[in-house]
Structures are given as structure tokens and as C-alpha cells.
Design a protein around this ligand. Structure first.
Ligand SMILES: *Cc1c(COP(=O)(O)O)cnc(C)c1O
Length: 425
């Protein structure tokens, strides 16, 4: 039934259907452990022959509700929650890529992901090639090697807010026969469902719009179930796994092979598990995702339009403005809105940026985006201050750049706050 609902109904109701006199709301199963009647039942769990919860590091009923709702919203075959968005990205890659192998990634991705790929994964022997997502297909394809295992990009890049050309990227992934992994954090499944545009794996930082209130760090990986792993390139999915009595994931778990393997090998071994309490909060966040996202999008567009005509503002970047390079793609990929993050530059550069940040009142200075409260960050004086000016510019951070995460307060109050802070610049 839930598969046919519209996305708003899926977000509220999910797949949870309590039986007579059970809790109406998904409860928090704050238990590490599960009780069994016989040792045979536990043996079957260990051999992956029976379904059930064994230990909360690997699965838990509250976490499972969050996972099922995410899979439903993204249109996937299954999902696995993680302790953070960073853990989701790391495990999504490590599940199919190891030492001596290689991935191709868009260069416009989130800073934390850039660092994970270019430092930490590199240290364990995974090679990365970054590419400008605007490059011609031939240039992108030229970076692929026989040992390339995945193509990675974001629906909306950060801080450029470039919208991914899914048609181009999914065509390249198909031609090179690797899965397309998409970080859909900024768009959320309400604004964009990458699996419908040719992606195979979708990841999220649940710490952003999914939770939506800046109260819990988490992540999730959704398996599209739409990639054929039986092409000789992914033996870990098709050959026997000695750590589970020789199970072959594709043969046994079919379209859920990737996500089952990720859980039973990587969550088991790395233990980057979401807590049941955070799963409860993330699941609660999803119940209002569609209502919040509509308001985030509406407010962000109005603020972007206001800033664009302000005499003290040099430039504004928001995909919903016709002046943004991605504007032509939004009717195809973000028809409901372009999410709540925008950037702008104030005349007077670094000093003006600092003065603006120091004078906002309703708006808060925080190192976060995507919650109900409007917040700002001036990367040149904070997150990117250790970089030289040249390095800042290559990473897309100009000295005047202010990043805004537009909340769901009344837009007139948000604009009035920006107006009075700009008066000080
Ligand atoms: C925040 C963020 C992440 C990392 O998520 P955490 O939950 O902070 O670990 C990954 N990708 C994007 C696009 C993000 O905004």
C-alpha cells in the first residue's frame, strides 16, 4: 500500500503499521540485546538464514523503521543507517572499493567528503580522481581505469550550489559500468530522488534536513537495487564470503545484495551504528520533511531575490535565480524548489563579511546548515581561514562569501534582520 502513496503520505506514515493496541508512534527500542528461545534460532541469524535482530550494532527495530522510511522515500530496495553522514559516505565506498582500486568524484563536493576521499581513503590505498562536473563526458570518461569501482557526486554541490546533470553522469556510469553514488543531503528525497535519474546508491547526512532541527548527527545509505553486480568487477558481492559460511550476496539477497553486505560486514566490523534514540529523532524529522522543505525553498528564493537587488551585495548564488549557471537544470531535477542554502558576496570583501556576521541578530553564526533556524557562516574567517587566499578561491570560497542556511521563520523577519546587518557593512 505505502508504495503507491504520494511522497507526503510516505513521509508521515512510512511503513510502520502497529497491530492492535501497539504504540501508534514508532517506539525507541533502547536495547543492545534481543532474547531467543533456542540456540538454533541464533545460529540461523549468524548464518544469515533467518531475519531478526541479533545485536544493535548490526540492527535494531527503531533504526529499522527509519531505514525503511528512507528507502520508501528514495524508492530504494533497502537502506542502512549510520552514526553520521561521513560514516555513510565512507561505508558506501568501502563496501565496493578497496586498496589498489579507484573512484572518480565530482570536485564540487562537501569539504568533509573531499577530505575523506583525498586523505583518509587515499592512506588506505584507494585512489581518487576529482573532476569538474561541468567537464565534457569524454574528459570524465578519460579518468576511468580498469580498477575504477564507482562514480560519486552530489545532487546540489557545496558551496557552488551547482545542480548535477544526472543524465550526463548516469550515462557515463552506465557506459563505464560502475555504480553512480549520489550524496542527496541538500535536496532530500522530497525535492529530488536520484534513483529515478539513474543513480544506484544514495547517501545522506541525516544531521541536516532529515532531522531538520539540528539535534542529532546521523547518516543513511539507500541501495537502489538497480545495479547488476554480476559483471565480474565486484567479486565480494558475487563470490562466497568466508566470514558467513560462504554466503554469496547477490545470489542470496538479490537486489538487496549491496546493502545487506554493507550491514553484515561493515557495520559489524566498523560499528559506526546510529543510536536508537537518534533513529527516533531522524524518523520524527521525516514526518514533517515535506512541510519544512516547501518553506525552506520559498524563504530561500525570497531572500535570494531580496539580496540580488540590494546595493551593498555584489553577487548572489542560488540555483532558483535565473542568474545561476544551474538554472536550466532545475525544472528537470528540482521542480519543487532548490532547497534552503544560498551564498552571497558583500561589497567590501573580508571586512564587510565579518561585520555582517557580527551584526545579525535573529540569524545565528553556526557551523551547520539545514535546520529550521536561519544561520550564516563566513568561511574565509572561520572554516577556511587556514587556507591561503589562492587555496580559498580554488575551493570556491571568495573572501566576501557568506553562506546562508535559510530557516522556516517568517521571511519578513529574516529579511529585516539581513537589512539591519547590511546597514553596518
Ligand atoms: C554535513 C554533510 C555531510 C557529512 O555529514 P555528517 O552527518 O556531518 O557527518 C556529507 N555531505 C553533505 C552534503 C553534508 O552537508
Amino acid at each position: 500500500m505505502s508504495q503507491n502513496w504520494k511522497i507526503e503520505t510516505k513521509a508521515v506514515q512510512g511503513t510502520y503499521s502497529p497491530k492492535n493496541s501497539e504504540t501508534r508512534v514508532v517506539p525507541i527500542y533502547q536495547s543492545t540485546t534481543y532474547k531467543y528461545d533456542t540456540s538454533e534460532q541464533v545460529a540461523k541469524l549468524f548464518d544469515l538464514e533467518a531475519e531478526g535482530h541479533m545485536y544493535t550494532r548490526i540492527s535494531n527495530p527503531t533504526i529499522a523503521e527509519f531505514e525503511e522510511k528512507m528507502s520508501l522515500l528514495e524508492g530504494g530496495a533497502g537502506a542502512m543507517a549510520t552514526s553520521s553522514g561521513q560514516a555513510a559516505t565512507a561505508l558506501a565506498i568501502l563496501n565496493i572499493c578497496g586498496a589498489g582500486q579507484h573512484i572518480v568524484a565530482a570536485s564540487t563536493i562537501y569539504g568533509g567528503t573531499f577530505s575523506l576521499l583525498s586523505n583518509t581513503l587515499k592512506k588506505i590505498g584507494i585512489e581518487i580522481s576529482f573532476v569538474n562536473p561541468d567537464a565534457e563526458p569524454e574528459e570524465i570518461k578519460g579518468l576511468f581505469r580498469p580498477e575504477t569501482k564507482a562514480l560519486f557526486a552530489e545532487t546540489i554541490g557545496n558551496p557552488g550550489l551547482n545542480v548535477l546533470d544526472f543524465e550526463k553522469f548516469s550515462t557515463i556510469a552506465k557506459e563505464m559500468d560502475v555504480p553512480l553514488i549520489i550524496d542527496n543531503t541538500f535536496a532530500t528525497p522530497y525535492l529530488c530522488t536520484p534513483l529515478r535519474h539513474g543513480a544506484n546508491i544514495v547517501i545522506h547526512s541525516a544531521s541536516k534536513y532529515i532531522d531538520g532541527h539540528a539535534i542529532s548527527v546521523g547518516g543513511v545509505i539507500v541501495d537502489g537495487g538497480n545495479y547488476n553486480w554480476n559483471n565480474g568487477k565486484y567479486p565480494d558481492l558475487t563470490e562466497p564470503d568466508p566470514s558467513y559460511h560462504g554466503v554469496k550476496y547477490v545470489e542470496r539477497f538479490k537486489e538487496q545484495a549491496y546493502i545487506v553486505k554493507c550491514r553484515v560486514q561493515l557495520l559489524r566490523d566498523f560499528g559506526s551504528t546510529m543510536s536508537p534514540f537518534n533513529a527516533f529523532l531522524s524518523h520524527l524529522g521525516l514526518e514533517t520533511l515535506h512541510v519544512r522543505m516547501d518553506r525552506h525553498c520559498e524563504n530561500a528564493l525570497k531572500l535570494a531575490q531580496y539580496l540580488e537587488q540590494h546595493p551593498k551585495v555584489n553577487w548572489v548564488s542560488y540555483p532558483g535565480l535565473p542568474s545561476h549557471p544551474s538554472y536550466a537544470l532545475i525544472s528537470k531535477y528540482l521542480p519543487k524548489g532548490c532547497s534552503g542554502v544560498l551564498t552571497f558576496g558583500i561589497k567590501g570583501g573580508l571586512e564587510a563579511g565579518i561585520r555582517f556576521i557580527d551584526h545579525v541578530k535573529l540569524t545565528a553564526l553556526v557551523v551547520h546548515v539545514a535546520d529550521v533556524r536561519t544561520c550564516v557562516l563566513h568561511p574565509a574567517s572561520t572554516t577556511h581561514r587556514q587556507l591561503t587566499e589562492e587555496q580559498q578561491v580554488t575551493s570556491g570560497v571568495t573572501p566576501d562569501l557568506v553562506r546562508v542556511s535559510v530557516g522556516i521563520e517568517n521571511i519578513e523577519d529574516i529579511i529585516a534582520d539581513f537589512e539591519q546587518a547590511l546597514d553596518h557593512c
